[in-house]
Design a protein around this ligand. Structure first.
Ligand SMILES: Cc1cc2nc3c(=O)[nH]c(=O)nc-3n(C[C@H](O)[C@H](O)[C@H](O)COP(=O)(O)OP(=O)(O)OC[C@H]3O[C@@H](n4cnc5c(N)ncnc54)[C@H](O)[C@@H]3O)c2cc1C
Length: 417
């Protein structure tokens, strides 16, 4: 049985691997000149690599945690302290007695977000609970950075419900090795089955078979087709479906949120920040700066949602200058500029084959994810992070779980038949 997988990100690769093992004749079509999608390790030189996309392993009860361990990677919990930049001071988030009440209430709100039941946006919920204050704007942006979402667009009780469903463990891990090791593993297994630089522009499922059309004009018939492209690509209708997708699937694609964002790694000649610092929340230009032991002389600007929109016209060089000034304000006692070495960035919103960062919770998202993952006539299947319904969306392991779910539910083992 011939199966096409559109997209060779982690969900497409994992699906391709599982189905090949089960005895299917699999072909993968990848639009860009590389595989991995939103896993994008950039090697700067032999000892320096930067994770432009996924960098963390969220929890130790997940398929990616097991896989990287199996690949002999050294994984460690991200240990250290988060600081808030508020009232012109950098304060350790755990030193509650030094934080104003309003700010502490805001942090507590996000710490227990899985209990949130408000039917409206996070902004409206904060206002209704008397927690919102304009002075907290940059902290709120920072707290929402991990969701890559706008405070007015994230739906409070849906986010709460998705957080409540989360089950892969509360600790975040980083690897001393490359995240892309997982991608390389699948590449070796699937080498002769992957076609790079081959965007698929049409999926026709009118007849008994499904035919896909490449951008170069080649029509290829398959028994089943698996669509693993990002929600951003689906939202922008980069792939045409004939007949048009069922109404509930179109609605799902419109309803589920998909974030905007970019990352900029800024390298310094030495680390001038506190040794225990892992995150600064509340920068005026970038609401979330990250520091990781694997890149000890870098500060990573994690520019997501609203913050990224404000700066989206800037090229990386201009952005670096803005952020260096932002950091100078946060660290007034050091000459930040004189310690600057280089920067490397990636704007995911501008990536023509991703069109954003990852999915987030809006009002219709729970129903939307269910409808998105539902196959059409047992012929066209959808996988990828945005299809995950157990709270693991927007992650690598969530994307991989959709490939496992697909195989378990719809692709019997041909070898045992
Ligand atoms: C900045 C950033 C930081 C992140 N940080 C983390 C993190 O720390 N931890 C974590 O777990 N997750 C993180 N994520 C999320 C994680 O990277 C994704 O959830 C996951 O990689 C998505 O995999 P996927 O297979 O669903 O989609 P993708 O990786 O988007 O794969 C889809 C593939 O389809 C291809 N494609 C698109 N259009 C076509 C077409 N027409 N024809 C053929 N191919 C096409 C694309 O090029 C791509 O390779 C982060 C993401 C971003 C952007």
């Amino acid at each position: 049985m011939k199966v096409a997988v559109i997209g060779a990100g982690i969900s497409g690769l994992y699906a391709g691997h599982i189905l090949t093992e089960l005895g299917y004749d699999v072909s993968l079509f990848e639009a860009s000149n590389r595989i991995g999608g939103r896993i994008a390790t950039q090697t700067i030189h032999e000892r320096l690599f930067l994770e432009m996309g996924a960098a963390e392993i969220h929890g130790n009860r997940s398929v990616i945690f097991e896989m990287l361990k199996h690949l002999d990677q050294k994984l460690e919990p991200i240990a250290g302290n988060e600081y808030v930049w508020y009232d012109q001071k950098l304060t350790d988030i755990d030193e509650a007695e030094r934080l104003p009440d309003t700010l502490q209430k805001l942090l507590d709100y996000f710490y227990s977000i899985e209990e949130e039941e408000y039917d409206g946006s996070i902004l409206d919920s904060l206002k209704e609970k008397g927690i919102y204050h304009p002075n907290l704007k940059f902290i709120i942006r920072g707290m929402l950075s991990e969701y890559s979402a706008h405070v007015e667009k994230v739906h409070a009780s849906t986010l709460g419900e998705e957080e409540w469903r989360w089950s892969s463990g509360d600790k975040n891990y980083f690897s001393w090795g490359k995240y892309s090791a997982a991608v390389t593993y699948f590449e070796q297994k699937l080498k002769d089955k992957i076609q790079l630089n081959t965007p698929i522009v049409d999926v026709n499922y009118e007849g008994d078979q499904v035919s896909i059309l490449t951008q170069k004009g080649e029509t290829l018939p398959f028994d089943k087709v698996i669509v693993s492209v990002s929600l951003g690509v689906l939202k922008e209708k980069k792939i045409n479906f004939t007949p048009a997708l069922p109404a509930e699937k179109q609605k799902a694609i419109e309803d589920i949120g998909f974030g905007k964002g970019r990352k900029l790694f800024i390298e310094f000649s030495e680390a001038f920040w506190e040794g225990d610092l892992v995150e600064i929340i509340g920068g005026k230009k970038c609401p979330s700066y990250l520091v990781r032991p694997s890149n000890p002389k870098h500060i990573v600007a994690y520019l997501m949602g609203e913050a990224s929109k404000e700066l989206d016209q800037l090229e990386d060089d201009e952005l670096a200058e803005v952020l260096l000034n932002d950091l100078q304000e946060i660290f007034p006692h050091v000459e930040v500029m004189s310690m600057y070495v280089s920067h490397h960035g990636k704007d995911w919103t501008k990536d023509p084959f991703i069109k954003g960062t990852y999915s987030y919770s809006t009002k219709g998202t729970l129903e939307g994810r269910e409808n998105l993952r539902h196959p059409i006539s047992n012929k066209v299947f959808f996988i990828g992070e945005a299809c995950r319904t157990n709270g693991h969306s927007a992650t690598v392991h969530g994307a991989m779980e959709t490939a496992e779910e697909l195989a378990n539910n719809y692709f019997p083992d041909l070898k045992s038949v």
